[in-house]
Write a protein that binds this ligand. Structure first.
Ligand code: SF4
Length: 386
């Protein structure tokens, strides 16, 4: 292994479906099918999307749409606000080609990056099975057997389940390695380069947030396996410098793990959100006009912030609505936090210019002081003929 990276703020694709498993959930499943359209298959949610969802737990709109398996890119298109968002086809293919290169020797190179001296003896159980539930069960069994075997084991594309807002999501990490001492390590393979042992902090951060989702899901499995322990340091594998050779770095995801755990716990249950919608609401573009879809989307509370532009397909639509409402959130979460109870740009201007607001309120006082300084600066500039 060549380096240890700290993690700043991105990721690989994996499938997730939303299918309540128990018979008691059947009505929820039907309701969610109505929301996305009875003939529409649930849009798979990958760990990157799950990490983005966890990053904005206050957005009930995204929670519901993702939980119902609505394809937000198609919905945004139907709303007339398509987002230039997501991984390009080229980047996707390059990522797949690099991952195939990393695993082309049966995983021995990958295990070497993890410090395994003789990877040729490692076990590589088959974790394929029919359907996500079958693959999840097969993965759990393979993890249990590998832990009991006390031998280096590489699971290629295992499948893990994680409950999100009351419904199971299925996640597929690039790999999981079981150490002889019962330690489990999640492996993330990315196609962005690692130059002289370091990589783009934003990309490493995003990969860390995604890996934290896998670690969380692995912990659910490990809790039922004697002697198993999930590592909070994951292996990030990237191309070395400008070559196609793989290199590895350990990334500590404890911080991302605690944030993701806390955020997912804060989400309202999808069935509660669905139950609060007006009768007949659907987000199916094939059966509703753009206006009807917009009304359906507006019926669920959103929590727009500029960060949505890099993380959610509905960002342009939500930004437009947020701007129309004059919401201060369009200026950023930090600005929103500074403005206390003033939630619209109009209210801020009224407070700053003395038309409204309690002068004893520190926020109002600060705004008036800023407005006075601005007027003074403009007056001085005008007096100087600038
Ligand atoms: S863009 Fe809209 S739906 Fe997506 S997370 Fe932001 S506020 Fe929520």
């Amino acid at each position: 292994m060549n380096a240890t990276l700290g993690s700043g703020p991105e990721p690989t694709p994996e499938p997730v479906r939303h299918e309540p498993a128990a018979p008691a959930h059947v009505p929820v499943r039907q309701r969610l099918a109505e929301l996305r359209g009875p003939a529409v298959a649930p849009h798979p949610l990958d760990a990157r999307a799950l990490a983005a969802l966890a990053a904005n737990p206050g957005c009930e709109r995204r929670t519901l749409l993702d939980g119902a398996g609505v394809n937000k890119a198609v919905l945004a298109q139907a709303l007339g606000s398509p987002a230039a968002f997501g991984q390009s086809q080229f980047a996707f293919m390059r990522g797949n080609a690099f991952e195939a290169r990393v695993k082309s020797d049966g995983g021995t190179e990958l295990l070497r990056l993890l410090g395994v001296e003789d990877p040729s003896g490692a076990l590589t159980p088959d974790v394929s099975a029919a359907g996500p539930e079958g693959r999840t069960a097969r993965t759990a069994l393979a993890l249990r057997e590998a832990t009991a075997a006390k031998a280096w084991t590489l699971l290629d594309h295992p499948m893990l389940a994680l409950e999100v807002a009351g419904t199971p999501a299925y996640l597929e990490p690039d790999a999981v390695v079981v150490h002889p001492d019962g330690h489990w390590t999640a492996v993330e393979i990315k196609s962005f380069p690692m130059l002289d042992g370091s990589a783009d902090a934003a990309k490493v951060g995003a990969a860390a947030r995604q890996a934290a989702v896998y670690v969380l899901a692995l912990e659910r499995v490990a809790a039922k396996v004697a002697g198993a322990e999930v590592g909070h340091r994951v292996l990030l594998v990237c191309p070395k410098d400008f070559s196609n050779l793989p290199t590895g770095a350990v990334v500590d995801v404890r911080k991302q793990l605690s944030v993701t755990r806390r955020q997912l716990a804060r989400m309202r249950r999808i069935e509660d959100l669905a139950a609060a919608l007006p009768e007949g609401t659907t987000f199916d573009p094939s059966s509703r006009s753009a206006q009807e879809l917009a009304a359906a989307v507006e019926s669920v509370d959103a929590a727009y912030a500029p960060e949505c532009l890099a993380a959610c397909e509905l960002a342009f639509h939500c930004r437009e609505r947020s701007r129309e409402a004059g919401a201060v959130e369009t200026l950023g979460r930090s600005v929103r936090g500074e403005l206390g109870g003033l939630t619209t740009v109009e209210a801020v201007l009224d407070a700053a210019e003395g038309r409204a607001g309690d002068p004893a309120d520190p926020t109002v006082a600060a705004l008036r002081r800023a407005a006075a300084l601005r007027a003074e600066a403009l007056g001085a500039a005008a007096g100087a003929g600038v």
